[in-house]
Design a protein around this ligand. Structure first.
Ligand code: ZN
Length: 181
């Protein structure tokens, strides 16, 4: 009985309005291999908080590895389409024997999106160092006004664009302090 109550408390906590409470519950739920916990974790994969999504994916991965309960693959595949870089999701799906679907999603994620036809002054990807020489768009004076490439949008500057690095598939932010248009 006490174990059931704990699961119910955790399920309530993972739906809390407090992000820190949700994040912790998403970790703790992996100790309860049952359908209710899997369902709550699956829902947490769409949480607004990156930390909650990450914790939920990691808990599901641990449950898959242990093989203690059935994990539906469809929500995992949908989540991977939204977040192709999330390692725990990929591992979860590979553990479920869905390698080919994972590869298909990853290759689509990295070829979809805007065409990269505009040439720009080359710069290194802040994630992987690959030289980026093309962008989906580039301001008229983008090469003349000093800019910097960031892995995260720490400072927005006066003007910025986002693009996906072809080398690593991660988002790169290019920021100008003065309007380069
Ligand atoms: Zn890169």
């Amino acid at each position: 009985m006490s174990k059931d109550r704990t699961i119910n408390e955790l399920i309530e906590a993972v739906r809390s309005s407090d992000q820190a409470v949700r994040a912790k519950a998403a970790v703790d739920l992996h100790r309860h291999p049952c359908d209710a916990a899997v369902e709550a974790l699956t829902q947490a994969l769409t949480d607004d908080s990156e930390e909650v999504r990450q914790n939920a994916a990691e808990s599901l991965r641990v449950m898959v590895v242990r093989g203690e309960c059935r994990i539906p693959s469809k929500p995992l595949l949908e989540s991977l389409k939204r977040e192709p870089d999330r390692w725990a999701l990929k591992e979860c799906l590979r553990e479920l024997g869905l390698d080919s679907q994972v590869e298909e999603i990853l290759s689509q994620a990295h070829t979809a999106g805007p065409k990269y036809e505009v040439r720009c002054m080359g710069f290194g990807c802040p994630h992987c160092g690959v030289e980026i020489t093309r962008a989906p768009s580039w301001p008229a004076h983008g090469d003349m006004v000093p800019f910097y490439a960031q892995a995260h949008l720490y400072q927005t500057g006066a003007y910025h664009i986002e693009l996906i690095c072809r080398g690593c598939g991660k988002t790169v932010y290019v920021v100008w302090d003065r309007d380069p248009s």
